[in-house]
Ligand binder design. Sequence first.
Ligand SMILES: Cc1cccc(C(=O)O)c1OC(=O)C1CC1
Ligand SMILES: [Ca+2]
Ligand SMILES: [Ca+2]
Ligand SMILES: [Zn+2]
Length: 324
Amino acid sequence: HTAEDSIGTGVGVLGDQKTLNTSFDGSAYSLIDNTRGNGIFTYDAANKINERNYFFRLPGSLWVDADNEFTSSYDRAAVDAHYYAGVTYDFYKDVFGRDSFDDNGAPIKSTVHFGRNYNNAAWVGTQMIYGDGDGSNFVELSGGLDVVGHELTHAVTDYSANLIYQDESGAINESMSDVFGTLTEFHEGINPDWDIGEDIYTPGVDNDALRSMSDPTKYDDPDHYSDRYTGTLDSGGVHTNSGIPNKAAYLISEGGAHSGITVTGIGRDKLGQIYYRALTQYLTESSTFSQLRSSLIQSATDLYGANGPEVVDVTAAFDAVGVQ
Ligand SMILES: Cc1cccc(C(=O)O)c1OC(=O)C1CC1
Ligand SMILES: [Ca+2]
Ligand SMILES: [Ca+2]
Ligand SMILES: [Zn+2]
């Protein structure tokens, strides 16, 4: 008797209801979504019996449930990791024709309840992991669609430009994850914004986020090359210096005046196509900010023609953030 696809109901980290693609094996329901690629699989690093055991095992136990209703507080992190992985899969498939992170239908695996009060999320080379947060700095990190999109984009990057995770190539790696995590959020269209992690960051503080793409300086990240971090913390400031290409991406899409330069704005769809082409066709593992500029100009030229408004805006945006 083979398993059969089923539809469950769940409640996410923010208390929102959603339906889930699950799989019934005759006795229990698993978080296996067989409707996308070669499947989306969600696991539990800890276990329901004694939640107090904090495990670092990967992938952990495939998530199973007796009644196909994922409505307990313990279920919430798994509900969103599973559901938002599907949203991100659909974004890459529908917008860029990419079948999973490897463009070959690779199964997508996520593990939730990783660690103890773990204020992190990551792509660990083979799968995504999500901590529960400490309840003050973060709640369960899979509760943010831009977070899930960010993590899965690390996988897309690894299977394309494979940008080395340090210094300028590392900041581009981070920026790509913020850009496509944000474009995923706009593609779904539920409370989209140019902030990163707002849904799962500091539950006790409203209207704040981990990072801002529209104004990186709001969280002390640079928005101009002259203000870049040149130290060794965080692999050479990969989560800080990402503010420079993030600001450029925001300006390319939305337009605005910055450093005395005015960018018209070509919109999110063209931003996504130009960035995706650069990430998959031109960037290499050691690309610098300057090479990102030239890769994006080349991509805009390929897609929309030389000296068109798209090329003009990409050029102006990188001028505005001080990258030649
Ligand atoms: C919370 C966190 C800590 C360390 C690394 C990452 C990382 O994935 O680079 C991380 O996740 C994010 O940045 C997501 C987007 C909010
Ligand atoms: Ca249940
Ligand atoms: Ca956001
Ligand atoms: Zn990241």
